[in-house]
Every structure is written in C-alpha cells, then in structure tokens.
Design a protein around this ligand. Structure first.
Ligand SMILES: Nc1ccn([C@@H]2O[C@H](COP(=O)(O)OP(=O)(O)OP(=O)(O)O)[C@@H](O)[C@H]2O)c(=O)n1
Ligand SMILES: C[C@](O)(CO)[C@H](O)COP(=O)(O)O
Length: 421
C-alpha cells in the first residue's frame, strides 16, 4: 500500500562538496585503490529516489515510542533523517501500518509512505516495488534511525553511482583491535584487516537491487549483503563516525551531544498528602507496610511515589499526575502507583532526559519508615530505571505538630534532577 502525501516539489539542487575516496568491494573484500572524485557541483538526477526505512519497533532502544518518532534536539528522529534527503526528487518512507496515521500527521513535505514488513528487508522490498515502473533508475536506501547522516556521506554514494557503480555504500574501517570473549573473558583475537563497519545510505541501480531482493527473500542485515549475494560489485564510500544508528537508549544522548546541544539540567519538586482511613497496611514508595490504618486515595494512595512522579512531571513542565491520569477516570481507581511513576520516567526519556537522582522525604509519626527505606529506594530505582545509589528515601516526623503529628495522614516531598546532553 502506498499513501501519497504530495507529489509537488521543486527540484532540489544538491551540491557535492567533497573529494570522496572510494574503494570497490566485492564479496566482502576491499579491492583497488582510493579514487578521488572531483565534483564541484551537481544536481541530483530526476531519476534518483531515497528510501528511508522506519517500520521497525526499536525494541533495543528501550521503552516508549519507537525510536524514529522520538525527539532529538527539538525534532523527531525520522523528520531529521528525511530532511537530510530533501534534495532528492522522490522520497519513500517505510512505516509500520499502525504508524501511518502518525506519519500523515507529523511528516511534512513531499514524501510517499509505504507500509513496511516484518523485517527491514521486507520493508525495503515493499518500497522498491512501489518504485517499479516509475522511471526511477537509482535508489539510496537509508535507515530512518540514522538522523545525523551528513551531505558529505550522501554525496559520496551519489557520486559513485553517478560515476557508473551499480552499488555503493559508506563504511568506516575498523580501527580498534578485535577480540573474542565469552563469560566476560577474552578468549582470542581476530584480525581487523579488511574489515569495515557498514553504514547507510546504501545506493543501487533500482533494477539490480530489486532483482537481488526478489532472488533472496530470506533477507539480510542490509542491502549490500543482498547485493553481494546476487553478485553485484559494491563500491565503498566514505562513512562518518557521526552517522550513528540509534540502536540503544544511550545512543540518543550521544546524538544530542553531536548535535551540539548544551547540557540541560532540570530540577523538579513534588508534594503530596493522603489521609488515613481504616485498614491494615499502607503502600509507601512501592513497599507494603503493615499498619493499623490505611491511606485513602483514588489509586493505591502511595503518597511517596506520587510526590516523586509529580517531581518528574514538574521538571519536564508537563503538569502533574492528575493531568495524565485524571481521578475522574474510573480506570485508575485502585491503580498501582508504579504505573504513574513509570509513565513520568518514560516521558523524561522520550524528551531526552536521564534521571540523575531522586530524593523522597516521607513525613509521618508512624509507621516507622527507617527499616523499609532501603527497600523503598531500591523499588523506586527499579521503576524509574536508574542505579539504586541515585535514589534516596528518608523520613521525618513533624514533632507531633499539625495533621501528620496528629496521625491524620502522611505527607511526602520529592526532588528530582533530570539531565540532557
Ligand atoms: N521491519 C522493519 C525493521 C526495521 N526497519 C527499519 O530499519 C532501520 C534499521 O533497523 P534497526 O535499527 O534494527 O531498527 P528496529 O528494527 O526498529 O530496532 P530493533 O531491532 O531494536 O527493534 C530502522 O530505521 C528501522 O525502522 C524497517 O523499516 N522495517
Ligand atoms: C543497515 C544497517 O544499519 C547497516 O549497518 C544495519 O545492518 C541494520 O541494523 P541492525 O542493527 O543490524 O538490525
């Protein structure tokens, strides 16, 4: 299925600013010497198209939105990847069927959306097939999860194709020593001679790469691998250390650093109170403590967890628990409060922040918190996904003064630090 957003676009002028060093790669071997391509300026031919793959689920990147939809210095990852190819006359984006509505709403510009498949190869094949018979002669296939691709890297691939290569792709030579290891121990070494780290965009003559995909429906990690299986010679062009693929949660922080974002530190505070009612236990910071009363609330009334949740929302300037989980909504009646805290922590990550530390103070005469404080800090650290030594839970009485002193309820205050960059 192809969803056409728009067909009108001005033909972009695309300047080659580099002297691209190229090498020819066949069947994994690097052959031939570097050849400088001296190209002063060039327009992307009207028969070239870019395919941006974005139908994956980003499972390795952690909880939250699939990585291509997350924000990176104020713009979504996918929007950045697409923008890098804005000089191309035609851009096809593969999306998971369930992401189509988001794609239509969020992706600006003249892009065609194509439903991807179960694997990257399936998605690419669907995009290639959508271009069959369209007059497109060459495609550059790029991971939507590589938003920092530079014009220099794209130029290198285009230049190699324009010079007649049927296939070309950027890569970086392996510079570190290579080891084998098992169970945390080095068991041997391997030669790095002739090894390269593959990047995208990978460029091809459309007919050749479509035939390679059809001949190898079993798929592969990337399109160069399929091209090689089909016997196509592949030219290696200059890769770039900054052209990282966002794969793991920490890759986002690295990408933000590369984008030059200054470090952003945010503090948030939260305060909550719950009244006592009849019962035989209370939930405090995720730990069930036997008591001669219970805390009254719409949810499980975990006052400490609520204060911490609000501290995170506060640091993000994203309101409070009530905004995200309205007490008027019956589905949150009796809800376990870790649902709220997890949501706040996930929102922080989606907005590019790490939780640096959190500090919760419970204010009550009874139950005695001290014996449980360690378990509480551990539970909170598990829920927000930080090391236990970054979370503190402590308690104080109010010297028998006020509502906490009269044992009418428990209050909690929390402070959190969020760091981006
Ligand atoms: N069925 C798929 C799987 C992946 N991709 C895209 O291919 C690129 C590279 O794949 P990868 O980093 O493996 O992405 P995911 O499959 O999303 O990640 P993970 O394996 O962690 O789930 C990503 O832009 C991804 O969206 C795709 O279009 N269709
Ligand atoms: C295509 C690719 O980005 C080349 O490096 C890579 O093979 C795809 O990602 P994965 O992490 O191997 O799934």
């Amino acid at each position: 299925m192809a969803v056409l957003i728009s067909t009108s676009r001005a033909m972009g002028h695309y300047r080659l600013r580099l002297l691209a060093a190229t090498k020819r790669l066949t069947g994994g071997d690097c052959l031939g010497a570097a050849a400088d391509l001296h190209l002063a300026a060039m327009t992307i031919p009207a028969t070239y198209a870019a395919i941006i793959t974005a139908a994956g689920r980003g499972t390795r990147a952690g909880e939250g939105l699939p990585k291509q939809w997350r924000g990176l210095a104020g713009q979504s990852v996918l929007a950045r990847s697409i923008a890098a190819f804005s000089g191309f006359p035609r851009i096809v984006v593969t999306l998971a069927p369930e992401d189509m509505a988001r794609g239509l709403a969020e992706l600006a510009g003249p892009v065609v959306l194509v439903a991807g498949g179960a694997t990257r190869s399936d998605s690419v094949r669907a995009a290639l097939e959508s271009l069959e018979g369209s007059g497109v002669t060459h495609v550059l296939i790029h991971d939507g999860a590589r938003p920092l691709v530079s014009p220099r890297v794209i130029d290198g691939v285009v230049a190699a194709l324009a010079a007649g290569a049927p296939a070309a792709a950027p890569a970086l030579p392996v510079t570190d020593a290579l080891w084998r290891a098992a169970d945390g121990r080095v068991t041997g070494t391997a030669s790095r001679e002739g090894l390269f780290r593959a990047q995208t965009p990978q460029g091809f003559a459309l007919d050749a790469i479509l035939a390679a995909h059809r001949a190898h429906p079993e798929g592969a990690a990337d399109d160069v691998e399929l091209a090689i299986r089909a016997g196509l010679p592949v030219t290696v062009t200059a890769g770039d250390e900054d052209n990282l693929k966002l794969t793991w949660p920490e890759d986002f922080a690295r990408a933000e650093r590369i984008l030059g974002d200054a470090m952003d530190i945010r503090l948030g505070n939260g305060f909550d109170v719950h009244a006592f009612t009849t019962g035989d236990h209370v939930w405090l910071c995720g730990v069930k403590i036997p008591h001669d009363k219970a805390l009254l609330g719409h949810s499980d009334a975990d006052v400490g967890m609520h204060a911490l949740t609000d501290a995170i929302y506060g640091a993000l300037a994203q309101g409070d628990i009530g905004r995200h989980f309205p007490p008027s909504d019956p589905q949150w009646k009796g809800a376990e409060s870790h649902i709220f805290l997890r949501h706040a922590a996930m929102l922080a990550r989606q907005m590019g922040y790490e939780i640096s530390n959190a500090d919760v103070t419970l204010i009550c005469e009874r139950p005695k918190v001290g014996p449980h404080a360690g378990a509480m800090a551990l539970r909170l650290s598990e829920i927000v996904g930080v090391e236990p030594d970054r979370v503190s839970v402590k308690a104080t009485t109010s010297e028998r003064l006020g509502f906490t002193g009269r044992e009418e309820g428990i209050a909690a205050i929390a402070t959190v630090t969020l760091v981006k960059g």
